[in-house]
Write a new protein. Sequence first.
Length: 249
Amino acid sequence: MATDREKEILNFLNNKSPMTVEELAACLYVSEVTIRRDLTSMEKQGMIVRKRGGASLPELGFEPMFNQRQKKNIELKQAIAKYAASTIQEGEVIALDVGTTTAELARELTKRSGITVFTSCIQVASILAKSDLQVYMIGGLIRKSEMSMVGSIALETIMKFNFDRFYLGVAGISLKAGITDYSIEETEIKRAFIHRSKEVIALVDRTKFGESSLIKVCEGEQIGEMITNKGDITAERPEDHFRGKITYV
């Protein structure tokens, strides 16, 4: 979670981006050393992009690295994953998207048996390799930044199978922009899984509502259920951004 000073830095960057270290230090009445330390922490969390001598907010097409996102809002993701895992029945064939929340779901599923899992995510597959589940890794071109499989081979493979459920991860969701993600190549894979699945379950931690990214993934009507977290009174209201079934955990 962001510290109070990190939230102040984000507020300043919302009004002016980029800003220099000197400008931020003057605005917050702290030393430049302190600001540099804050910016280093914020960059690791994917909250800002470091610029020469300063920082800016990420652009729509900027995708934080998997390991940057992995520990961000981890408790929220774990709560979603625990609930999602509890609804999966033995004998089901499911597909898991690339993403840090689906990785948490994979960890929950290592305790289970009798489930068949397909995934294009190397991180998810490596977690499930330690389980008793039957796991199929979709082949294709490795997208190194996300350690996932994309491209025509991956798409052709997905289209050969049918899935009971697809567990979808997204970068942001809003009524205006819809359900969005960072990568064009990754979005093609998501759409193929959606097309071949009886039901689509979106795993969306509460910080994603009201956010938007580069490319629209699908229409809201294609999502059968969205699993998210209960928020406080200052948080974005999921029902303001999604009109379908919402399950709060």
